[in-house]
Design a protein around this ligand. Sequence first.
Ligand SMILES: [Zn+2]
Length: 292
Amino acid sequence: MRAWAALVAICLSTALSAQERPFFHTDVRERAAKTALMKAAFDDVAAYFVTRHGLSLSHPIVFLGSDEPGGMETLLADALARHDRRLRRNPLDSKALCDGKRLGAAANREYIVMCWRPQDSYANGWNSGFEPRFTSVLAHEMTHHLQYQLARDRPARRMADNSDWLLGPSWLVEGMAELVETDYLTPLSAFGGKEIFDYQTRARRSRLILSDLQESGSVRGAAAYGVARFASLMLARKHGMETLFRYFEELGRLQDRAAAFEAAFGQSLASFDAEFEALRRDFGAARDYGRK
Ligand SMILES: [Zn+2]
């Protein structure tokens, strides 16, 4: 037993040392305290991915966090230039990301950006209750980076027929990141009927079907996220979260969404779309999906 524990410790430390830590950037005010909080959050999330999913970042990204949205575009441009990263054609819209929000976050191939409302003081960490939310949202953004990594999608690739970006369908990209965000705080394995019912209810209220949410960037707004989350939950319950990660690996290998979906989940995207319409309406079918 002791040898087994030692082996796990060695494997874990090897995996953690392989982890590429980001370049941390923030604004001037309380720089040291903010950087320390961001580093602590990153280390917690990185440890979660290693222990729960056996995954770590192999590419050092820029992690910019700030409670001053006004200067974020400049901060991001400076940070990316400092690490020889090119600013992509869609510059950050910090107004849309941060204004009026307690916490805003976005990921792109080279960075994670997070903005939050100023805390009363950074002397003793985050104001009470904020830290778990911050770290779980960071887990969501880190999921996107692992998707890019597994799909070999940095820089972003187009589909073979050039109809869209390769990374998709959008409902699975976002739905999976939402599931990880939840799983970080409350393991999905602890989900019972109530949680499934809540997820299903949000999906049932929307008229959006999965084929509306395929295109890159099409998951926007609460209703779309509700549908994406429930569809991804169904796949995770039937196949396990590891199969969702494997889908992105297949996507990188096959460079085709339909073929990757079939390779990972053993059914066509179109047949899951149809099955999903029954799952969102029938609680028993959703609860028992994938259960023998
Ligand atoms: Zn996302």
